[in-house]
Design a protein around this ligand. Sequence first.
Ligand code: XUL
Ligand code: MN
Length: 370
Amino acid sequence: MAKKTQPKEGPVKSKRTREGAGEGGAKTAYRFSFGPWNIHEGADPFGPPVRDPISFARKLPLYQELGFEGVQFHDDDAVPDINTKSPQQVLRQAQAVRKMLDAAGLTAEFVAPRLWEDPRTIDGGYTNNDPENRQYAIDRSLQAIDIAAELGTVNIVLWLAREGTYIRESKNARLAHDWLLEAINRMLAHNPNVRILIEPKPNEPMDQAYVPTIGHAISLAYLSEDPARVGGLIETAHAKLAGLDPSDEMAFALFHKKLWSVHLNDQNGLKFDEDKSFAAANLREAFNQVRVLEEAGYARQGAWVGLDVKAMRTQKEESRLAHLANSKRFFELMVEKARSFDRQAEAECIANRDYEALERLVIEHLLGTL
Ligand code: XUL
Ligand code: MN
């Protein structure tokens, strides 16, 4: 095995920077966010809630207590009963939420139109076969942009929940992509500042979702009217559900300068979307995601570390927030691991094509046995 030596100058400039230590050091500070849905009641398709609901107003003070600064929103997280409200009422409610955020010292990271619960979106939103339903999806998305502006963010996340099929022959997939692009262009035209972050996912609730990977999302971005304003959000579990390595998916988006947010979590193989705590299922994959983010200076671009995690259904009320605190801590520990990884030894292993030694270097580093 390669001897442990001082790392050479690499993408990270100094030991101080590498370890991110100390006042005045060049430490890259990460900013963390989550959504109100990440404080969850524990219901699943086969069982009712097991924990009491908490109102949005009561959730807000918990953010800072947990060390989070950013709030992710669905449009109706900010404006409940959105479909029963006039446009003026919607904006007034968004303004009231902005005041609550300011008072709690919090920032809105993004707004995502929730296009998967209304009867008009049963068969999809932008790709619905019925033009009236497609119009509803677009109108609701434009309204989400107005809500975002009131909340002080330009970021709109599109998780394309029901854009896909349970039965392949029920939609024309080529046409569906045309409609998706049209919807994106309508959103770009609605507000010159808006940025669209597509969050790909290959399945659930649909059997086969359109835009299953970040590659699909980025190809749509380039075809849009303003590619500089269309990018992606990568969720660990979604990449794993597509059978892909999340760190490679992130690296691909970073290469295109289109990784504008992440939903870190974990996933134990090809099952339902588990939203496990970050690093809970696979430490090495977690290490590699952080390694890729660190190497690319992800945080320096101002992007957030979003944690799309849920407490286990079997978790009792008392520790119902621990998955958020744990995920943040596991991320920070992985940042230390990424910064303290012996880059000189790594380079030697690579130069010698001694990949067994590299394997040992990684595993012993993660186990803390070096
Ligand atoms: C669904 C999912 C959503 C999006 C936001 O799997 O991840 O919570 O992140 O709509
Ligand atoms: Mn997500």
